[in-house]
Design a protein around this ligand. Structure first.
Ligand code: HSE
Length: 433
């Protein structure tokens, strides 16, 4: 006797989980029609706090359990949806679900970035599928682009704005000239940034997302610890002012490049031309620019976070899983890492640089700075002097270099810091132009 429906078990009824439950319950007919079978939400694993949320009030009490064992032994759950976020206990729940032969849908970037390879192996062993479209880019369909639509390409580069909180902060700093801390305070007030926003502002959230995208794009395992990352807290309103004068915008970019099997993966603030497509992605929006040998360039843009866009991706994965189960489709092998790619150390990358230095405003100082850079084979593309203080005889200078190696730039910065005529290296930002 076949099944009469496909059952869904949901873990978490927070902001994302609550919205997923709402969509599953209010769009049941349409979703079932698309899945080709009746789709039923059978059980929701909650923590006591979830029960106080408005969505919980609209659901029948017998749907809820706070007990993981009761959730996993509930009969008729074919698909487990995890929407609690964080590494633990989510990774244990996903492992348990896959080991029991359940299809799994998750929005959890941290778990996929750190444990995706093992979980996907487990899914293959148990002949089920792990779907994670919502883990990167919220409502932007980007995971499936790499899994299906772009597979004929050799992906050469990914340039992504994949953290909405930092993009909101940088947009305010650029448009209103406010400093980092007041832009962050506003982001927190609007509920974009977490109360402890370190994962966002230090680039860690973007690192998880880039690990997922790069692993798919380059068909190799890129782990979060392989990715160099810097946050945005050292950017000042003055950097935005000078960047604008130079025709540049400053964005926190997640960059992945594949140069003849040597992969470059990094997350840090970048100056990009202000007329480039990514420079125009403002506020909490995300965008992923993909370069491939066949497509040349493709840009995916949309809301990278929030309950509604994220639920769009989660529920689409649920429908796809339900359709496969209903039709008895053998899950395809999915992501298979290939050997042979190596990750380039950050010291070997080559890019252009923006330098802002506070210097003594005296004859010969520029020549000294140019000599240090020249000694490290770094060529100056342009230089502007700002904020000369006649009394103190100091000035601020902004230099844009031609492409140079990171290790040469780091050595040059150390040497510049030793010059008695350099009061401070106020900032340096990599330039992709
Ligand atoms: N903190 C993330 C962001 C949420 O700001 O983009 C979505 O992962």
């Amino acid at each position: 006797m076949g099944k009469s429906s496909i059952g869904v078990g949901l873990i978490g009824l927070g902001v994302i989980g609550g919205q997923v439950a709402r969509v599953l319950m209010t769009k049941t007919d349409d979703l079932s029609w698309q899945a080709g079978c009746p789709l039923v939400l059978r059980k929701v694993k909650v923590v006591p706090k979830d029960l106080t949320r408005p969505q919980a009030q609209q659901m029948e009490a017998q749907l809820f359990t706070t007990d993981a064992d009761e959730f996993f032994t509930e009969p008729g759950i074919d698909i487990v949806v995890e929407a609690i976020g964080g590494e633990t206990p989510a990774v244990e729940y996903l492992t348990r679900a896959l080991t029991m032969g359940k299809y799994v849908v998750t929005s959890n970037k941290e778990v996929i970035a750190k444990h995706g390879a093992e979980l996907m192996k487990l899914a293959q062993q148990h002949r089920v599928k792990l779907r994670y479209e919502a883990s990167v880019g919220g409502g932007i369909p980007i995971i499936s682009r790499f899994q299906y639509d772009l597979v004929a390409n050799r992906i050469e580069g990914i340039y992504a704005i994949i953290n909405g909180t930092t993009n909101y902060i940088l947009t305010r700093m650029a448009r209103e000239g406010v400093d980092f801390s007041s832009a962050l305070a506003k982001a927190q007030q609007l509920g974009y940034a977490e109360a402890n926003p370190e994962d966002d502002i230090e680039g860690i959230d973007a690192t998880y997302k880039l690990a997922i995208l790069a692993s798919l794009a380059f068909r190799t395992e890129v782990r979060p610890e392989d990715i160099y990352h810097e946050g945005i807290s050292r950017l000042s309103s003055r950097d935005f002012q000078y960047a604008q004068e130079l025709g540049l915008a400053i964005k926190l970019l997640a960059i992945a490049k594949d140069d003849d099997n040597t992969i470059e993966v990094r997350v840090h603030p970048v100056c990009i031309p202000e007329d480039s497509l990514l420079a125009k992605v403002d506020g909490v929006y995300n965008a992923v620019l993909v370069e491939g040998d066949l497509i040349d360039k493709a840009l995916f843009f949309g809301q990278g976070a929030g309950a509604l866009p994220t639920s769009s991706a989660v529920v689409a994965d649920v429908v796809a899983a339900a359709r496969d189960i209903w039709l008895g489709v053998t899950p395809e092998a999915g992501w298979q890492p290939k050997p042979g790619k190596v990750i380039k150390p950050m010291s070997d990358i080559e890019t252009r640089y923006y330098l802002r230095l506070s210097i003594a405003d005296r004859p010969g100082v520029l020549a000294q700075i140019a000599k240090v850079l020249g000694d490290h084979h770094i060529s100056i593309s342009s230089a502007i002097q700002k904020l000369a203080d006649k009394v103190a005889q100091t000035a601020e200078i902004v230099i844009i270099t031609h492409p140079a190696q990171e290790k040469a730039m780091q050595s040059a910065l150390q040497e510049l810091a030793q010059l008695t005529t350099v009061n401070e290296i106020s900032n340096f930002i990599r330039v992709e132009a």
